[in-house]
Write a protein that binds this ligand. Structure first.
Ligand SMILES: Nc1ncnc2c1ncn2[C@@H]1O[C@H](COP(=O)(O)OP(=O)(O)OP(=O)(O)O)[C@@H](O)[C@H]1O
Ligand SMILES: [Mg+2]
Length: 347
């Protein structure tokens, strides 16, 4: 378990920069945890505090019950063997082959030639680069370079892997394949993965939980499915919007929406579903119970990993009383729902 307790980091310079202002975060063993934020939010500073590449100004970094903040440099070096890291620009040694890049951390700890041979062969296999082992970094694509970065990070058998914008230099297709590899590593080796990104698509693709950081402060954290279907902070809402748009489509907004019920107006409702509730026959039961008409204006169903979630924007027609009763009923269902307003009938 990674526990960050009230971490602050102030960079001293001409002007002081308060990069982290009291961050508390717990990351469980075996999870894929995402940290999202805009440029300058403090993401890299935060992830570098986890392995103490950056010493926090105050607060505690506790990993598996050991407080890294109290350790000497020698103790830290030993501890860092359990924490691998990969970077946006791969940070490979250009004068070494793929094999020798992966072997590098093993040479540093004085592993035997045989041990290195065996370990590197296994890692090459894991990341699918066995046929490229004698190539130099300049001969590889970005995705292949990141695979080398991953293999090198895994050479010391870490139980935590930190990824700082590991896919930001890659195209969407290659990003997908690297994220699949990370997921595979997480499942096969049980490694805890911390992913720093400014892209919500990355979070959606593989993270179990996510925290959003802005101005050195964690604004919101939670399960990815929960946060996607019901973001609380403005920062998270903005990020969610970048991958799913739950706002009213422009055409509907133009219909002249009022916020109070009125005769001759129909109720505009947004329904949000997740998990098993996606199968809830809401529209059919409202029609049947309240003898109203329901028309679906807009809808979208998507998956966060294997969990379905989606939303519908519907118009509930009928008398004001029928509309109100229908919404009373919908409110009690195990789904999210909001009245967005009222639109003139026969719009
Ligand atoms: N070594 C440093 N010295 C002084 N200020 C720094 C240093 N590193 C980062 N900062 C400042 O700290 C703040 C947070 O930076 P950080 O690199 O953690 O952000 P980030 O979220 O990783 O941004 P990006 O998405 O652009 O990588 C910024 O204002 C940055 O300018
Ligand atoms: Mg950064």
């Amino acid at each position: 378990m990674i526990k960050l307790e009230n971490i602050t980091k102030t960079y001293d310079g001409k002007a002081q920069v308060h990069a982290l202002k009291g961050v508390n975060l717990t990351i469980e063993d075996g999870e894929i945890f995402g940290i999202i934020g805009k440029s300058g939010a403090g993401k890299s500073t935060l992830v570098r505090c986890i392995n103490m590449l950056e010493r926090p100004t105050s607060g505690n970094v506790i990993i598996d019950e050991k407080n890294l903040t109290n350790m000497t440099d020698a103790q830290l070096r030993a501890e860092r063997k359990h924490i691998g890291m990969i970077f946006q620009h791969f940070n490979l040694l250009s004068s070494r082959t793929v094999f020798d890049n992966i072997a590098f951390p093993l040479e540093l700890i004085g592993a035997s030639k045989e041990a290195i041979q065996k370990k590197v062969a296994d890692l090459l296999e894991l990341v699918g680069l066995t046929d490229r082992q004698f190539n130099y970094p300049a001969q590889l694509s970005g995705g292949q370079k990141q695979r080398v970065g991953i293999a090198r990070a895994l050479a010391s058998d870490p139980n935590i892997l930190l990824c700082d914008e590991a896919t930001s230099a890659l195209d969407p297709q290659t990003t997908k394949s690297i994220l699949e590899l990370l997921k595979d590593i997480n499942q096969r080796l049980g490694i805890t993965i911390v992913i720093i990104t400014h892209e919500m698509a990355v979070i959606k693709e593989i993270c179990n939980r996510v925290a959003v950081i802005e101005g050195g402060v964690i604004k919101e954290a939670g399960r990815v499915v929960d946060v996607f279907t019901n973001p609380q902070s403005q920062t998270m809402k903005d990020f969610v919007k970048s991958v799913i748009n739950m706002e009213l489509p422009a055409g509907i907004a133009k219909m002249g929406i009022t916020d109070q019920p009125a005769p001759g107006y129909d109720m505009l409702v947004r329904l949000r579903f997740k998990g098993a509730a996606t199968n809830e026959p809401v529209v059919a039961s409202v029609v049947q119970r309240f003898h109203t008409y329901v028309s679906v204006l807009y809808g979208n169903i998507d998956y966060i990993q294997d969990e379905p979630f989606g939303y519908l924007i519907v118009v509930i027609m009928g008398s004001m009383e029928q509309q109100a009763k229908a919404f009373e009923y919908i409110k009690e269902l195990p789904i999210g729902s909001e009245v967005l307003g009222y639109v003139p009938r026969n719009h």
